[in-house]
Design a protein around this ligand. Sequence first.
Ligand SMILES: *Cc1c(COP(=O)(O)O)cnc(C)c1O
Length: 387
Amino acid sequence: MPKPAPRVEKVPPYLFARIDKKKAEARARGIDLVDLGVGDPDIPTPPHIVKAMQEALKNPKNHRYPDYEGTPALRRAAAEWFFKRYGVQLDPDREVLILIGSKEGIAHLPWAYLGEGDTALIPSPGYPVYKVMSLLAGGTPYIMPLREENEFRPVFDDIPEEMKKKAKICFLNYPNNPTGAYGDDAFYEKAIDLARKYDILICHDAAYSELTYDGYTAKSILEFDREKRYSIEFLSLSKTYCMTGWRVAFAVGSAAAIENLGKLKTNIDSGVFLAIQEAAVTALSGSQDCVREVKEIFQRRRDLAVDGLASAGIRVRKPRATFYIWAHVPQGYTSAAFAEMLIEKTGVVVTPGSGFGEEGEGYFRVSITAPEERILEAAARLRKLGL
Ligand SMILES: *Cc1c(COP(=O)(O)O)cnc(C)c1O
């Protein structure tokens, strides 16, 4: 067996492997696990979208190779949805690209921009794909810490001048996984200023754009870059319409960035299954009541989970967005040790903050992707620990 390529050896070990092992052990002991670890909605895809898929599946035209860049109908539906939502007009032919989930686009983007020695500005804690794929592409990640005192937003002024000059791309993600933080106007303005001054492409991951609460509505980076010169934004149907398994998303923004990413992709994949693209048109252009309903469910769960964690002696803030709660690890534990202890002693599964990068140490992530009674059950078990 040949040795793997050096680039693969650069991939950091999978940090959740130990948690998975603890889960398997607990299950083997017959423990009823309350899994608040995974970021995957437990709510089914709305029925009208499933129905659209069933119809689309019957059409033999949909069984063939899809258009690489997405069907004109889906690109148009995405542009119309985006205009209704953010008031920014997009050219469906040049400024929209359909993706096989946003993870796919995010993973490929560094390959379209980074050469040896180029820097990528990466938030930590963060979605691990930004850093790993920047490394694999041959780039050098520069970590921007997200700290609570800065509302979990990077402080661009803290980045050394030399790094800003070497940087070609900058990943941002608001509403944020794992912290639940959001971006305000001043922050987005600063991001675009940085891009303009240093010729950096801002790659905004907006996977949670619709999961916002208490009357808060998330902004698009394109509202601050109306000429679409400095940014590309990744939007996904996964979390918005509970369609994680379907694998459909889209990128919008700079025509040059869309073209470069598309050029790379045509040599890698062959687009999203056409029946899924038809169902995605239904999701984006049909009634958005299903999104409101999902938000209400998550908002209620969030309130229960935050109160439950606080009642167990855990320091926690109420997030205005996402289905995550970013909580402080009690004194005396690392985040990994705390998560392992929780599984062993209570059967409650959470994600250790260190799994999202070093700056996540001291925190753990709770996903409210389980029914209310399970969230209450987890809170009751945590209270018994007497933390
Ligand atoms: C879930 C998630 C994604 C991936 O979404 P897909 O469109 O399903 O690939 C991307 N970014 C973040 C931060 C996520 O949490």
